[in-house]
Write a protein that binds this ligand. Structure first.
Ligand code: NAI
Ligand code: MG
Length: 356
């Protein structure tokens, strides 16, 4: 019951919301005798990049690999190009540690208003499972005939049998384990005539091992529309890297906004640590004002606890978040209040300690 956690708060509001995550971990220790988290903090961020020229030390991945889990805040600073902060820190971690599952709950919390005015928390409660290592984001392609009227760029997608099978299998297994009734699959096999028919075939193959989980293939364009028109259709949704990326941002919007949405980068085999982070960025526009919503970070802590085997504690966190929203005393401005990050975090912690 002793966990070593590596923490990378990052830039901007990253450290502000991470602080609230720490408070929640402390509260968990108080709630659950014998449970203990040792948090080691790493200053791998854009400030470090500006000083030293790198986002993390050369042996950064080697340092991280022995931790039980990684908590991440957000990176990005106006002075540093975004591709550097992403490609030199987040993506190397996801890829080196085979975090091939990106888990993103799309759940409208009690007391949060969805932009879909006629939908309630009963209607919006599902999870998107996004492939996190290959597919459309594969750094393969090139340029031809530059500076001519025939200038051409090629961006390849790479779908391996290994990579596709493991994400599809994870999705079916997830649905089965959580007692869900079906799996929804993003595809586009009518227009992408190599990658997506391959993806669909693998879905059909794997599905034979899950006779009780019917699946439905949706073209991505129609699927996006259904997220808005009938989110109540969905329980578990699986998609490729690009499709999953788009669906999860849409899902976050539908479920009440970016300050709330958490994510897990999961290495299911447990060979390497998994990483948990809010989906929002460093929010330079509100940095230093102390008004960032800490829910996304705190919910990410909940996902981490669930991954470490403490689903009961994750449920306590979710209930406490909803209670604090319901009371409404410390809501941050993005939720229509005038509370601070610190006060909202305290409100959630105080609900946790009541043992909700
Ligand atoms: P952003 O997510 O940082 O901000 C978008 C908008 O949402 C802003 O108006 C911001 O104030 C608001 N917002 C975000 N988180 C919030 C919270 N917890 N509470 C209240 N409001 C919140 O996205 P943006 O502005 O496109 O990017 C800013 C920087 O963050 C860039 O450098 C970008 O590369 C980086 N970024 C990093 C990510 C990561 O670390 N995983 C993910 C997305 C962006
Ligand atoms: Mg995205």
């Amino acid at each position: 019951n002793y966990f070593n956690i590596a923490s990378i708060p990052g830039d901007g509001i990253g450290p502000e919301v991470m602080n609230e995550g720490y408070k929640v971990l402390k509260a968990m220790e108080n709630l659950h005798g014998g449970l203990s988290f040792k948090i080691e903090e790493f200053d791998w961020n854009c400030t470090r990049y500006i000083k030293t020229g790198t986002m993390m030390p050369d042996n950064g991945l080697d340092i991280l690999k022995d931790y039980d889990s990684i908590l991440f805040g957000a990176v990005g600073a106006p002075e540093v190009p975004d591709h550097i902060s992403v490609w030199q820190l987040i993506l190397p971690i996801r890829r080196a540690f085979q975090q091939y599952v990106n888990l993103r709950p799309i759940k409208l919390l009690k007391g949060i208003e969805s932009p879909l005015r006629n939908k309630t928390e009963k209607d919006i409660d599902f999870i998107v499972i996004r492939e996190n290592t290959e597919g459309e984001y594969s750094n393969s392609g090139g340029k031809l005939h530059e500076n001519t009227p025939h200038e051409t760029v090629i961006q390849n997608s790479v779908f391996t049998r290994f990579g596709t099978e493991r994400i599809v299998k994870y999705a079916f297994q997830y649905a089965k384990q959580k007692g869900k009734s079906k799996l929804s699959v993003a595809t586009k096999s009518n227009a992408m005539n190599y990658s997506m028919p391959f993806w669909d075939d693998i879905v059909r193959e794997i599905s034979r091992d899950y006779p009780n989980i019917p699946f439905h293939l949706y073209h991505i364009d129609a699927l996006a529309a259904f997220f808005v028109l009938k989110p109540e259709e969905f329980e578990v949704v699986v998609g490729s890297n690009l499709f999953g990326d788009i669906l999860t941002d849409l899902g976050a919007a539908v479920a009440g906004g970016i300050g709330i949405a958490p994510s897990g980068n999961i290495n299911p085999e447990g060979d390497y640590p998994s990483m948990f982070e809010p989906i929002h960025g460093s929010a330079p526009d509100i940095t230093g004002k102390g008004i960032a919503n800490p829910i996304a970070q705190i919910w990410s802590v909940g996902l981490m606890l669930e991954h470490l085997g403490y689903s009961d504690l994750a449920s306590v966190i979710m209930a406490a978040i909803e209670k604090a929203i319901e009371k409404g005393e410390a809501l941050t401005p993005d939720l229509g209040g005038n509370g601070t990050t610190d006060a909202f975090g305290d409100a959630i912690v105080s609900e946790i300690l009541k043992g909700v």
